[in-house]
Design a protein around this ligand. Structure first.
Ligand code: FE2
Length: 464
């Protein structure tokens, strides 16, 4: 496989890509109740040319020209029409340790003494534009000998929009700010942390005589894909709309406020409807405005009946402090064999997780040397792999075998059956899986679509 570099000139469009873009444009034209003939007439293009673009048979220039013309003419966004250029081969991408090393950049940060010092070295590791994450190797360049979160050598960031699962190798301290307080934990190889977006944080190397780095798997959740819509609202509206998960009672009040506003219904009207559903008049007003105790099962059913929603809609989960920043230390964790029962190929230990991020799972995987079974993985998440141990591993996928020595990393697309092996010595891999847009909410919605739903992303005919 060709070495992965991110700074190369874009490849020519493949036929497959043009077919995908044609299908996407056809799907959007369908939604606008336009066929190739009407498209051509309204966009003043040749009908045969439009047909050939939609079939993926025209040149890239013609495809882009139709796309641009559609985005300018109709109320559709370029984002609906565009299909990203594939940067994987068969859904797989491997980055060598050398390529990662060559991508290294050192950033200076200003510490508590007001002095600027080299603070982090960042290196790219395997990432694909089809995947939801941007994993980096980060080497903290400031050393500390304590666990003081106010140590003046530290420089905290402001926090960021991406979620972050961090895996620690060697002696590294993690620092963060939460509820106006600074915290520190001393981490070792195999430990991990999950950090909620916008929690300010920092890392430092502990002790000058040992090695230490982190793998920072930053990834997008469900807000980032909606960021253009978020950007068109005021911050005050967004904050009031959502409430704060740190205060569960307020969360329910915010939910009821937005549900009622969306339906142009006021709380008294809902309270009256709740009384008709058998809710006591003394409770109905509080329930309608999301005040007082969390609704019981019966109350949630009554709310659902009044508003045309399921009872689960009114269950809210506040966030505890140890979910906002979740720490998992390797020696507190259990590991399991995979496949289970009989001979195993791996020992797997779960990394830090939170119920607020069900679309994330990370593992510390020990690939057992010379295992007599294949531990095949196949799932719907995007998978990131980094070999942090001394022994090399092999990645088997698409009938090919890729070397994954120390420092190499890989991306594997959803649904790709793949497995890892090691010979002579156990290999140690960090494996992180993130759902991206193929998340539970999308999957559950898709499950409700009528037969014919297999056309979802491959519309090739006129449906109306
Ligand atoms: Fe970060």
């Amino acid at each position: 496989m060709a070495e992965t570099r991110y700074l190369q000139s874009p490849d020519a469009y493949s036929r497959e890509h043009l077919v995908e873009m044609g299908a996407r444009m056809l799907a959007v034209a369908n939604d606008l109740k336009r066929d190739a003939h009407i498209l051509a007439e309204e966009l003043r293009m040749d009908t045969d040319l439009v047909r050939s673009v939609l079939a993926g048979e025209a040149s890239p220039a013609d495809a882009l020209s139709l796309m641009e013309s559609m985005a300018h003419t109709y109320p559709v966004s370029m984002r609906e029409l565009w299909v990203d250029v594939a940067d994987t081969r068969g859904g797989v991408l491997v980055m060598s340790a050398e390529a990662s090393e060559r991508s290294g950049r050192v950033y200076q940060r200003t510490d508590g003494h007001g002095q600027s010092h080299p603070y982090f070295e960042y290196r790219d590791t395997a990432m694909s534009r089809t995947g939801p994450y941007k994993p980096e190797y980060v080497r903290p360049l400031r050393h500390v000998d304590d666990a003081d979160p106010s140590n003046p050598v530290l420089a905290y960031n402001k926090g960021h929009l991406l979620h972050q699962l961090t895996f620690y190798v060697g002696a590294v301290n993690v620092y963060w700010e939460q509820g106006g307080q600074r915290h520190c934990r001393q981490m070792r190889t195999g430990d991990s942390s999950y950090m909620t977006p916008f929690v300010p944080h920092s890392f430092a190397h502990r002790g000058a005589d040992s090695d230490g780095y982190i793998l920072a798997i930053t990834y997008t959740g469900e807000v980032e894909p909606a960021i253009a819509t978020f950007g068109r609202q005021t911050s005050a509206d967004l904050v009031a709309l959502a409430g704060d998960a740190r205060d569960e009672a307020q969360l329910l009040a915010a939910l009821m406020t937005r549900v009622l506003a969306a339906r142009s219904m006021d709380a008294e009207q809902l309270a009256q409807a709740l009384i008709e559903q058998g809710i006591a008049p003394t409770r109905s007003a509080g329930l309608a405005s999301g005040e007082g105790p969390a609704p019981t099962e019966e109350e949630r059913r009554a709310l659902g009946a009044c508003l045309g929603l399921g009872p689960d809609y009114f269950t809210v989960h506040g966030m505890t402090g140890d979910q906002e920043v979740a720490i998992k230390q390797a020696d507190n964790g259990l590991s399991r064999a995979y496949p289970h029962g009989g001979v195993a190929a791996y020992e797997i230990a779960d990394l830090a997780s939170t119920p607020h991020q069900p679309n994330l799972c990370g593992f510390n995987v020990r690939v057992l040397a010379d295992a007599s079974v294949e531990g095949v993985f196949r799932h719907h998440f995007h998978e990131y792999v980094y070999n942090y141990g001394p022994a090399p591993a092999l990645l088997h996928v698409n009938g090919e075998v890729h070397d994954l020595p120390h420092g190499a990393s890989a991306y594997v697309a959803p649904f790709k059956p793949h497995h890892f092996t090691a010979s002579g010595q156990d290999a140690h891999l960090l494996v992180v899986r993130v759902s991206g847009a193929l998340n539970e909410a999308a999957i559950r919605e898709f499950s409700s679509y009528a037969p014919g739903r297999e056309r979802v992303a491959r519309e090739t005919t006129r449906w109306f």
